[in-house]
Design a binder for this molecule. Sequence first.
Ligand code: NDP
Length: 231
Amino acid sequence: MDQQRAIIITGASRGLGFELLDLLVAADARPIALGRRLDPRHAAASARNACVFVAADLSALGSLDQIDLAGALPQTTDEIVLISNAGSVEPIGTLGVINSASLAAAFAVNALAPAILARKLLAAADSRRTRLRILNISTGAARRPLPGLAAYCASKAAAIMMFDCLATERSDVAVEHIDPGVLDTDMQSMLRSADDQALPVRQMFASFETEAKLKPPRDVARDILTRAGLL
Ligand code: NDP
C-alpha cells in the first residue's frame, strides 16, 4: 500500500519552493505550503483542494506559535515531512555595516522559524503516533564563510546545528541537509546585483550566470523529491 504522507514546504511562493510545491501538487500529494503568500497558480490549486496554504511570516516569530499547523495536517498519516526551504539572503553587507534588526531577521527566517516549525510538527507527530522527517534545504555557504554574507552563512549554519541537535535528542526523527547547488532564482539575482562594497565576492555570483552554472530550479526540485522518495 502507498504511504500516506503529510508534506509541508516553507517558502513555496517562488524559486525552488515553488517548483517543489508544483511537482507535489502534480503528483497528487496534497502538500501543505507555508509562507507569506502563494503563487496564483497554486492559489487555484488550493481552491480545488490540491494543496493547503497556511499563511505565516517566518520573520514574525511571535506569530508562529499562533498558527494552527496541526489543524492543516491529516489525522492519520504514516509520516510528516518538513521541507524547510524558505530562506533569506538579506542583509547583504559586511558585519560592521549591517544593522542589528536585519541580522536578527535573518536568524529568524533561516534558523529560528525552522526550529519552531519542527517543534510544532514534532508535537503533531507524537500525538498521531507517527514519525517526523526533516529535509533542510541548506547551502554551501553554511559551511564556508563569505564576506558580506555573515547573516546568511551563520543563520544557515545555525539551522544545521539546530536540526542535528534534534536528531541526537530523538532517534526517531530523520534529518537530512540538502545543498541544492547554485540555482537560477531571485536569490542569485539579488546577489549578482548587490553592491561590490557590500558583497566583496559579488563577482563570483556574477560568474555563475555568465558561465552558465545556474541550475534550473525545476530540475533540482525533481531531483530532491525523487531522491527523498517523495515523487
Ligand atoms: P528565493 O529567494 O527565490 O525564494 C525564497 C522563498 O523563501 C520565497 O518563497 C520567499 O517568500 C520565502 N521567504 C523568505 N522570507 C520569508 C518570510 N519572512 N516568511 C515566509 N517566507 C519567506 O530563494 P531560492 O528558491 O533560491 O532558495 C530556496 C532555498 O535554497 C533557500 O533556503 C536557500 O538558502 C537555498 N539555497 C539557494 C541557493 C541558490 O543559488 N538560490 C543556493 C543554495 C541554497 P516571499 O515570496 O514571501 O518572499
